[in-house]
Design a protein around this ligand. Sequence first.
Ligand SMILES: Cc1ncc(COP(=O)(O)O)c(C=O)c1O
Ligand SMILES: N[C@@H](CCOP(=O)(O)O)C(=O)O
Length: 435
Amino acid sequence: MKLYSTQHQSPDVSLEEAIFRGLPPDNGLYMPLSIEKMDSTFFETIQDKSFQEIAEAVCQHLLGADLTKDEIHGIISQSMTFEAPLFDLEKDVEVLELFHGPSMAFKDFGARFMAAIMSHYLLKSKREIRILVATSGDTGGAVAQGFFNTPGISVTILYPKGKVSDIQEKQLTTLGGNVHALEIDGTFDDCQSLVKQAFLDEELRAKFNLASANSINISRLIPQSFYYFAAFAEAKRKGLKMPIVFCVPSGNFGNLSAGLMAYRMGLPVKAFVAACNENKVVPDYLTTGEYKPKTSVETLSNAMDVGNPSNFSRMKLLAGEKWESVRELVKGYFTNDEQTKVSMKEVYDRTGYVMCPHTAVAYDGLQQYKAEVKEEFTGILLSTAHYAKFLPTVETTLGRQVPIPERLSALLSKEKVAISLGTDYAGFKQYLLGK
Ligand SMILES: Cc1ncc(COP(=O)(O)O)c(C=O)c1O
Ligand SMILES: N[C@@H](CCOP(=O)(O)O)C(=O)O
Protein backbone atom coordinates (compact mmCIF):
# COMPACT_ATOMS: atom_id res chain seq x y z
CA MET A 1 0.00 0.00 0.00
CA LYS A 2 1.32 3.43 -0.93
CA LEU A 3 0.03 6.44 0.94
CA TYR A 4 -0.12 10.15 0.16
CA SER A 5 -0.55 13.19 2.40
CA THR A 6 -3.91 14.98 2.27
CA GLN A 7 -1.91 18.28 2.10
CA HIS A 8 -0.01 17.04 -1.00
CA GLN A 9 3.20 18.73 0.23
CA SER A 10 5.04 15.56 1.36
CA PRO A 11 6.27 12.54 -0.62
CA ASP A 12 4.22 9.35 -0.88
CA VAL A 13 5.31 6.71 1.63
CA SER A 14 5.17 2.96 2.24
CA LEU A 15 2.85 1.38 4.81
CA GLU A 16 5.74 0.93 7.25
CA GLU A 17 6.75 4.59 6.98
CA ALA A 18 3.16 5.81 7.39
CA ILE A 19 2.72 3.66 10.50
CA PHE A 20 5.87 4.90 12.20
CA ARG A 21 5.68 8.53 11.06
CA GLY A 22 2.00 8.84 12.01
CA LEU A 23 1.67 12.32 10.52
CA PRO A 24 3.22 13.52 7.27
CA PRO A 25 5.69 16.44 7.64
CA ASP A 26 3.23 18.82 5.93
CA ASN A 27 0.73 18.22 8.78
CA GLY A 28 -1.78 16.41 6.56
CA LEU A 29 -3.01 12.85 7.09
CA TYR A 30 -1.86 9.73 5.30
CA MET A 31 -4.39 8.21 2.93
CA PRO A 32 -4.08 5.15 0.70
CA LEU A 33 -3.35 6.17 -2.91
CA SER A 34 -6.19 3.90 -3.95
CA ILE A 35 -8.82 1.76 -2.27
CA GLU A 36 -10.10 -0.89 -4.64
CA LYS A 37 -13.40 -2.73 -4.30
CA MET A 38 -13.18 -6.28 -3.00
CA ASP A 39 -14.25 -9.16 -5.20
CA SER A 40 -18.02 -9.75 -5.43
CA THR A 41 -17.56 -13.40 -4.33
CA PHE A 42 -16.19 -12.12 -1.00
CA PHE A 43 -19.51 -10.45 -0.28
CA GLU A 44 -21.55 -13.38 -1.63
CA THR A 45 -19.88 -15.81 0.80
CA ILE A 46 -19.04 -13.46 3.67
CA GLN A 47 -21.71 -15.04 5.91
CA ASP A 48 -19.66 -18.27 5.94
CA LYS A 49 -16.57 -16.55 7.35
CA SER A 50 -15.50 -15.93 10.94
CA PHE A 51 -14.46 -12.49 12.18
CA GLN A 52 -10.79 -13.49 11.90
CA GLU A 53 -11.24 -14.82 8.35
CA ILE A 54 -12.93 -11.58 7.32
CA ALA A 55 -10.14 -9.53 8.92
CA GLU A 56 -7.50 -11.56 7.08
CA ALA A 57 -9.30 -11.18 3.75
CA VAL A 58 -9.59 -7.40 4.18
CA CYS A 59 -5.92 -7.17 5.20
CA GLN A 60 -4.88 -9.29 2.27
CA HIS A 61 -6.84 -6.99 -0.03
CA LEU A 62 -5.32 -3.80 1.40
CA LEU A 63 -1.88 -4.91 2.56
CA GLY A 64 -1.15 -7.93 0.36
CA ALA A 65 1.74 -6.06 -1.29
CA ASP A 66 3.33 -5.22 2.09
CA LEU A 67 2.88 -8.41 4.10
CA THR A 68 2.86 -12.11 3.26
CA LYS A 69 -0.21 -14.25 3.89
CA ASP A 70 1.53 -15.84 6.88
CA GLU A 71 2.49 -12.46 8.32
CA ILE A 72 -1.11 -11.26 7.99
CA HIS A 73 -2.34 -14.45 9.62
CA GLY A 74 0.12 -13.92 12.51
CA ILE A 75 -0.89 -10.28 13.05
CA ILE A 76 -4.62 -11.07 12.97
CA SER A 77 -4.42 -14.11 15.22
CA GLN A 78 -2.33 -12.16 17.72
CA SER A 79 -4.62 -9.10 17.79
CA MET A 80 -8.22 -10.01 16.83
CA THR A 81 -8.91 -12.29 19.76
CA PHE A 82 -12.42 -11.14 20.62
CA GLU A 83 -15.68 -10.88 18.73
CA ALA A 84 -18.10 -8.09 17.82
CA PRO A 85 -21.59 -9.62 18.20
CA LEU A 86 -24.87 -8.09 17.05
CA PHE A 87 -27.54 -7.76 19.74
CA ASP A 88 -31.21 -7.57 18.62
CA LEU A 89 -32.39 -4.45 20.42
CA GLU A 90 -35.76 -3.87 18.80
CA LYS A 91 -37.47 -4.15 15.42
CA ASP A 92 -34.90 -3.32 12.74
CA VAL A 93 -32.36 -2.05 15.26
CA GLU A 94 -29.23 -4.02 16.14
CA VAL A 95 -26.43 -3.09 18.50
CA LEU A 96 -22.93 -3.91 17.29
CA GLU A 97 -21.14 -4.54 20.59
CA LEU A 98 -17.57 -3.42 20.21
CA PHE A 99 -16.65 -3.61 23.88
CA HIS A 100 -15.60 -7.22 24.37
CA GLY A 101 -11.85 -6.54 24.19
CA PRO A 102 -9.39 -6.01 27.08
CA SER A 103 -10.19 -2.32 27.77
CA MET A 104 -13.90 -2.77 26.99
CA ALA A 105 -14.08 -0.14 24.24
CA PHE A 106 -13.94 -0.33 20.44
CA LYS A 107 -10.41 1.07 20.54
CA ASP A 108 -9.11 -2.40 21.38
CA PHE A 109 -9.48 -3.44 17.74
CA GLY A 110 -7.22 -0.61 16.56
CA ALA A 111 -4.77 -0.62 19.45
CA ARG A 112 -4.11 -4.36 19.39
CA PHE A 113 -3.74 -4.51 15.62
CA MET A 114 -1.37 -1.56 15.75
CA ALA A 115 0.73 -3.15 18.50
CA ALA A 116 0.97 -6.37 16.47
CA ILE A 117 1.92 -4.71 13.17
CA MET A 118 4.41 -2.35 14.83
CA SER A 119 6.05 -5.25 16.69
CA HIS A 120 6.27 -7.12 13.40
CA TYR A 121 8.24 -4.28 11.81
CA LEU A 122 10.29 -3.51 14.95
CA LEU A 123 11.45 -7.11 15.28
CA LYS A 124 12.95 -6.79 11.83
CA SER A 125 14.56 -3.35 12.31
CA LYS A 126 15.51 -3.65 16.02
CA ARG A 127 14.58 0.04 16.59
CA GLU A 128 13.04 1.48 19.74
CA ILE A 129 10.04 3.79 19.50
CA ARG A 130 8.20 6.19 21.73
CA ILE A 131 4.45 6.41 21.27
CA LEU A 132 2.59 9.63 22.07
CA VAL A 133 -1.17 9.38 22.37
CA ALA A 134 -3.91 11.88 23.28
CA THR A 135 -7.08 10.53 24.82
CA SER A 136 -10.49 11.80 25.80
CA GLY A 137 -11.07 8.56 27.68
CA ASP A 138 -10.90 5.31 25.76
CA THR A 139 -8.01 5.38 23.29
CA GLY A 140 -5.54 5.71 26.17
CA GLY A 141 -6.81 2.64 28.02
CA ALA A 142 -6.79 0.49 24.90
CA VAL A 143 -3.32 1.66 23.90
CA ALA A 144 -2.00 1.14 27.42
CA GLN A 145 -3.29 -2.46 27.41
CA GLY A 146 -2.34 -3.10 23.79
CA PHE A 147 1.29 -1.98 24.18
CA PHE A 148 1.94 -2.89 27.84
CA ASN A 149 5.32 -4.64 28.12
CA THR A 150 5.85 -4.64 24.35
CA PRO A 151 9.61 -4.77 23.83
CA GLY A 152 11.12 -1.70 22.16
CA ILE A 153 8.05 0.52 22.74
CA SER A 154 7.31 3.10 25.42
CA VAL A 155 3.96 4.88 25.61
CA THR A 156 3.12 8.39 26.87
CA ILE A 157 -0.61 9.10 27.28
CA LEU A 158 -1.98 12.66 27.55
CA TYR A 159 -5.47 13.03 29.03
CA PRO A 160 -7.55 16.05 30.08
CA LYS A 161 -7.61 16.53 33.85
CA GLY A 162 -11.01 15.82 35.41
CA LYS A 163 -12.64 15.04 32.06
CA VAL A 164 -12.40 11.25 31.92
CA SER A 165 -14.37 8.78 34.04
CA ASP A 166 -12.76 7.18 37.13
CA ILE A 167 -12.45 3.79 35.50
CA GLN A 168 -11.04 5.31 32.31
CA GLU A 169 -8.46 7.20 34.39
CA LYS A 170 -7.44 4.06 36.25
CA GLN A 171 -6.97 2.26 32.94
CA LEU A 172 -4.49 4.94 31.87
CA THR A 173 -2.62 5.46 35.08
CA THR A 174 -2.19 2.14 36.85
CA LEU A 175 -0.28 -0.17 34.54
CA GLY A 176 3.19 1.32 35.04
CA GLY A 177 6.13 -0.31 33.24
CA ASN A 178 6.48 1.16 29.76
CA VAL A 179 3.19 3.17 30.07
CA HIS A 180 3.39 6.79 31.35
CA ALA A 181 0.39 9.05 31.96
CA LEU A 182 0.31 12.87 31.72
CA GLU A 183 -2.68 14.67 33.21
CA ILE A 184 -3.08 17.88 31.19
CA ASP A 185 -4.88 20.86 32.72
CA GLY A 186 -6.95 21.51 29.58
CA THR A 187 -9.26 19.84 27.08
CA PHE A 188 -8.81 16.81 24.84
CA ASP A 189 -8.18 19.21 21.95
CA ASP A 190 -5.26 20.67 23.94
CA CYS A 191 -3.84 17.15 24.41
CA GLN A 192 -4.24 16.41 20.72
CA SER A 193 -2.59 19.66 19.75
CA LEU A 194 0.44 19.03 22.05
CA VAL A 195 0.94 15.62 20.48
CA LYS A 196 0.66 17.03 16.95
CA GLN A 197 3.23 19.74 17.71
CA ALA A 198 5.65 17.13 19.01
CA PHE A 199 5.36 15.17 15.78
CA LEU A 200 6.29 18.25 13.77
CA ASP A 201 9.20 19.19 16.08
CA GLU A 202 12.48 18.41 14.32
CA GLU A 203 14.51 18.46 17.55
CA LEU A 204 12.32 15.78 19.10
CA ARG A 205 12.22 13.77 15.91
CA ALA A 206 16.02 13.77 15.77
CA LYS A 207 16.22 12.46 19.33
CA PHE A 208 13.40 9.91 19.43
CA ASN A 209 11.55 7.65 17.03
CA LEU A 210 8.14 9.14 17.79
CA ALA A 211 4.99 7.34 16.70
CA SER A 212 1.28 8.03 17.14
CA ALA A 213 -1.35 5.60 18.38
CA ASN A 214 -4.26 7.96 17.71
CA SER A 215 -6.53 7.51 14.74
CA ILE A 216 -4.37 9.95 12.76
CA ASN A 217 -2.30 6.78 12.31
CA ILE A 218 -3.68 4.86 9.34
CA SER A 219 -2.95 1.53 11.04
CA ARG A 220 -5.72 2.35 13.55
CA LEU A 221 -8.33 2.76 10.83
CA ILE A 222 -7.63 -0.44 8.88
CA PRO A 223 -8.65 -2.80 11.74
CA GLN A 224 -11.60 -0.60 12.65
CA SER A 225 -13.00 -1.38 9.19
CA PHE A 226 -13.11 -5.15 9.96
CA TYR A 227 -16.17 -4.99 12.19
CA TYR A 228 -18.30 -3.23 9.58
CA PHE A 229 -17.75 -6.21 7.26
CA ALA A 230 -18.31 -8.65 10.13
CA ALA A 231 -21.59 -6.92 11.04
CA PHE A 232 -22.75 -7.24 7.44
CA ALA A 233 -21.86 -10.97 7.52
CA GLU A 234 -23.83 -11.42 10.75
CA ALA A 235 -26.77 -9.47 9.30
CA LYS A 236 -26.79 -11.89 6.35
CA ARG A 237 -26.61 -14.89 8.68
CA LYS A 238 -29.52 -13.55 10.70
CA GLY A 239 -31.52 -12.75 7.55
CA LEU A 240 -31.93 -9.11 8.59
CA LYS A 241 -33.66 -6.59 6.41
CA MET A 242 -31.38 -4.92 3.86
CA PRO A 243 -30.10 -2.27 3.29
CA ILE A 244 -28.02 -1.42 6.33
CA VAL A 245 -27.49 1.97 7.92
CA PHE A 246 -24.58 2.22 10.35
CA CYS A 247 -25.03 4.71 13.16
CA VAL A 248 -21.68 5.78 14.60
CA PRO A 249 -21.27 7.77 17.82
CA SER A 250 -18.56 10.19 16.73
CA GLY A 251 -15.91 12.50 18.17
CA ASN A 252 -12.66 12.38 16.21
CA PHE A 253 -14.37 10.62 13.29
CA GLY A 254 -11.86 7.76 13.09
CA ASN A 255 -14.57 5.17 13.51
CA LEU A 256 -16.80 6.66 10.86
CA SER A 257 -13.82 7.04 8.49
CA ALA A 258 -13.06 3.34 8.98
CA GLY A 259 -16.67 2.56 8.00
CA LEU A 260 -16.26 4.69 4.90
CA MET A 261 -13.11 2.74 4.03
CA ALA A 262 -15.18 -0.45 4.20
CA TYR A 263 -17.77 1.24 1.97
CA ARG A 264 -15.06 2.17 -0.53
CA MET A 265 -13.99 -1.49 -0.52
CA GLY A 266 -17.50 -2.34 -1.69
CA LEU A 267 -19.44 -2.99 1.54
CA PRO A 268 -23.12 -2.40 0.72
CA VAL A 269 -24.32 0.39 3.04
CA LYS A 270 -27.25 2.74 2.51
CA ALA A 271 -25.93 5.54 4.73
CA PHE A 272 -23.80 6.36 7.76
CA VAL A 273 -25.31 8.34 10.59
CA ALA A 274 -22.75 10.57 12.32
CA ALA A 275 -24.19 10.85 15.82
CA CYS A 276 -22.62 13.58 17.95
CA ASN A 277 -23.17 15.13 21.34
CA GLU A 278 -23.18 18.93 21.60
CA ASN A 279 -19.76 18.97 19.99
CA LYS A 280 -21.42 19.09 16.61
CA VAL A 281 -19.03 20.69 14.14
CA VAL A 282 -19.58 17.87 11.65
CA PRO A 283 -23.42 17.86 11.77
CA ASP A 284 -23.14 21.66 11.34
CA TYR A 285 -20.84 21.19 8.36
CA LEU A 286 -23.27 18.70 6.82
CA THR A 287 -26.07 21.27 7.18
CA THR A 288 -24.24 24.43 6.12
CA GLY A 289 -21.24 23.29 4.07
CA GLU A 290 -18.96 25.26 6.39
CA TYR A 291 -16.46 23.55 8.68
CA LYS A 292 -15.90 25.62 11.80
CA PRO A 293 -13.81 23.93 14.53
CA LYS A 294 -14.76 25.08 18.03
CA THR A 295 -13.52 24.69 21.58
CA SER A 296 -15.04 21.47 22.87
CA VAL A 297 -17.74 21.51 25.54
CA GLU A 298 -18.03 18.92 28.32
CA THR A 299 -20.80 16.35 28.02
CA LEU A 300 -21.84 13.03 29.54
CA SER A 301 -20.45 11.22 26.50
CA ASN A 302 -17.01 12.57 27.38
CA ALA A 303 -14.96 10.49 24.92
CA MET A 304 -16.74 12.34 22.11
CA ASP A 305 -15.95 15.84 23.42
CA VAL A 306 -13.93 16.91 20.40
CA GLY A 307 -14.15 20.37 18.85
CA ASN A 308 -11.77 19.83 15.94
CA PRO A 309 -12.04 16.21 14.80
CA SER A 310 -8.68 15.06 13.48
CA ASN A 311 -10.18 12.79 10.81
CA PHE A 312 -12.46 15.39 9.27
CA SER A 313 -10.46 15.64 6.03
CA ARG A 314 -10.25 11.84 5.74
CA MET A 315 -13.98 11.48 6.27
CA LYS A 316 -14.62 14.06 3.56
CA LEU A 317 -12.28 12.46 1.04
CA LEU A 318 -13.64 8.97 1.68
CA ALA A 319 -17.24 10.12 1.33
CA GLY A 320 -16.67 11.85 -2.00
CA GLU A 321 -14.92 15.13 -1.12
CA LYS A 322 -17.62 17.58 -2.30
CA TRP A 323 -20.10 18.71 0.34
CA GLU A 324 -23.02 17.44 -1.79
CA SER A 325 -21.51 13.93 -2.03
CA VAL A 326 -20.56 13.81 1.65
CA ARG A 327 -24.05 14.74 2.83
CA GLU A 328 -25.55 12.20 0.45
CA LEU A 329 -23.80 9.38 2.31
CA VAL A 330 -23.22 10.78 5.82
CA LYS A 331 -26.18 12.08 7.82
CA GLY A 332 -25.34 14.20 10.84
CA TYR A 333 -27.38 14.53 14.06
CA PHE A 334 -26.61 15.76 17.53
CA THR A 335 -28.03 15.18 21.00
CA ASN A 336 -27.79 16.98 24.33
CA ASP A 337 -27.12 15.39 27.73
CA GLU A 338 -30.77 15.53 28.76
CA GLN A 339 -31.87 13.53 25.71
CA THR A 340 -28.92 11.14 26.15
CA LYS A 341 -30.23 10.28 29.62
CA VAL A 342 -33.80 9.98 28.35
CA SER A 343 -32.65 7.48 25.70
CA MET A 344 -30.62 5.44 28.20
CA LYS A 345 -33.57 5.23 30.58
CA GLU A 346 -36.24 4.64 27.97
CA VAL A 347 -34.30 1.81 26.29
CA TYR A 348 -33.46 0.23 29.66
CA ASP A 349 -37.06 0.39 30.94
CA ARG A 350 -38.45 -1.06 27.72
CA THR A 351 -35.82 -3.70 26.87
CA GLY A 352 -33.54 -4.18 29.91
CA TYR A 353 -30.53 -3.26 27.76
CA VAL A 354 -27.97 -0.94 29.37
CA MET A 355 -26.26 1.48 27.00
CA CYS A 356 -23.25 3.68 27.76
CA PRO A 357 -23.86 7.41 27.12
CA HIS A 358 -21.99 7.26 23.76
CA THR A 359 -24.19 4.41 22.54
CA ALA A 360 -27.23 6.38 23.72
CA VAL A 361 -26.15 9.34 21.58
CA ALA A 362 -26.06 6.95 18.64
CA TYR A 363 -29.48 5.56 19.56
CA ASP A 364 -30.91 9.04 19.53
CA GLY A 365 -29.18 9.88 16.23
CA LEU A 366 -30.75 6.80 14.67
CA GLN A 367 -34.20 7.80 15.91
CA GLN A 368 -33.77 11.23 14.33
CA TYR A 369 -32.64 9.70 11.05
CA LYS A 370 -35.55 7.21 11.06
CA ALA A 371 -38.02 10.04 11.51
CA GLU A 372 -36.71 11.62 8.30
CA VAL A 373 -36.55 8.65 5.90
CA LYS A 374 -39.44 6.74 4.42
CA GLU A 375 -37.73 3.51 3.29
CA GLU A 376 -37.22 0.53 5.57
CA PHE A 377 -33.72 -0.58 6.61
CA THR A 378 -31.82 -2.23 9.45
CA GLY A 379 -30.08 0.29 11.66
CA ILE A 380 -26.85 -0.95 13.24
CA LEU A 381 -25.79 1.10 16.25
CA LEU A 382 -22.11 0.91 17.07
CA SER A 383 -21.85 0.42 20.81
CA THR A 384 -18.40 1.78 21.44
CA ALA A 385 -17.88 1.16 25.16
CA HIS A 386 -19.15 -1.01 28.00
CA TYR A 387 -21.60 0.92 30.18
CA ALA A 388 -19.59 0.17 33.35
CA LYS A 389 -16.87 2.57 32.21
CA PHE A 390 -19.36 5.36 32.99
CA LEU A 391 -20.84 3.94 36.18
CA PRO A 392 -22.01 7.09 38.05
CA THR A 393 -23.83 8.44 34.98
CA VAL A 394 -25.39 5.08 34.18
CA GLU A 395 -26.53 4.32 37.74
CA THR A 396 -27.91 7.80 38.37
CA THR A 397 -29.75 7.79 35.04
CA LEU A 398 -31.24 4.32 35.42
CA GLY A 399 -31.94 4.80 39.14
CA ARG A 400 -30.41 1.45 40.09
CA GLN A 401 -27.11 -0.36 40.52
CA VAL A 402 -25.71 -2.27 37.56
CA PRO A 403 -23.19 -5.13 37.50
CA ILE A 404 -19.53 -4.25 36.82
CA PRO A 405 -17.30 -6.75 35.02
CA GLU A 406 -14.47 -7.94 37.29
CA ARG A 407 -11.90 -6.66 34.79
CA LEU A 408 -13.10 -3.09 35.46
CA SER A 409 -13.98 -3.28 39.16
CA ALA A 410 -10.48 -4.63 39.95
CA LEU A 411 -9.03 -1.32 38.73
CA LEU A 412 -10.82 0.84 41.28
CA SER A 413 -8.55 -0.11 44.18
CA LYS A 414 -5.36 0.52 42.19
CA GLU A 415 -3.29 3.65 42.73
CA LYS A 416 -3.23 6.33 40.03
CA VAL A 417 0.24 7.44 38.88
CA ALA A 418 0.28 10.50 36.60
CA ILE A 419 2.39 13.62 36.06
CA SER A 420 0.46 16.91 35.94
CA LEU A 421 1.27 19.40 33.17
CA GLY A 422 -0.29 22.55 31.71
CA THR A 423 -1.18 23.11 28.07
CA ASP A 424 2.03 24.95 27.09
CA TYR A 425 4.11 23.12 24.53
CA ALA A 426 7.43 24.16 26.15
CA GLY A 427 6.52 22.27 29.35
CA PHE A 428 5.51 19.17 27.44
CA LYS A 429 8.67 19.24 25.34
CA GLN A 430 10.80 19.62 28.44
CA TYR A 431 9.09 16.58 29.96
CA LEU A 432 9.81 14.55 26.83
CA LEU A 433 13.43 15.65 26.64
CA GLY A 434 13.99 15.13 30.34
CA LYS A 435 12.76 11.56 30.48
C1 LIG B 1 -16.88 5.29 23.77
C2 LIG B 1 -16.54 6.12 22.58
N1 LIG B 1 -17.49 6.35 21.66
C3 LIG B 1 -17.25 7.10 20.58
C4 LIG B 1 -16.01 7.68 20.37
C5 LIG B 1 -15.80 8.50 19.14
O1 LIG B 1 -15.05 7.79 18.18
P1 LIG B 1 -14.25 8.56 17.07
O2 LIG B 1 -13.27 9.43 17.77
O3 LIG B 1 -13.59 7.49 16.27
O4 LIG B 1 -15.24 9.36 16.31
C6 LIG B 1 -15.00 7.48 21.31
C7 LIG B 1 -13.65 8.05 21.16
O5 LIG B 1 -12.97 7.85 20.27
C8 LIG B 1 -15.25 6.65 22.42
O6 LIG B 1 -14.31 6.38 23.31
N1 LIG C 1 -12.42 9.57 21.84
C1 LIG C 1 -11.03 9.26 21.78
C2 LIG C 1 -10.23 10.44 21.38
C3 LIG C 1 -9.00 10.03 20.65
O1 LIG C 1 -9.42 9.57 19.43
P1 LIG C 1 -8.63 8.71 18.39
O2 LIG C 1 -9.60 7.72 17.93
O3 LIG C 1 -8.22 9.67 17.37
O4 LIG C 1 -7.46 8.07 19.04
C4 LIG C 1 -10.59 8.65 23.10
O5 LIG C 1 -11.36 7.93 23.69
O6 LIG C 1 -9.48 8.86 23.55
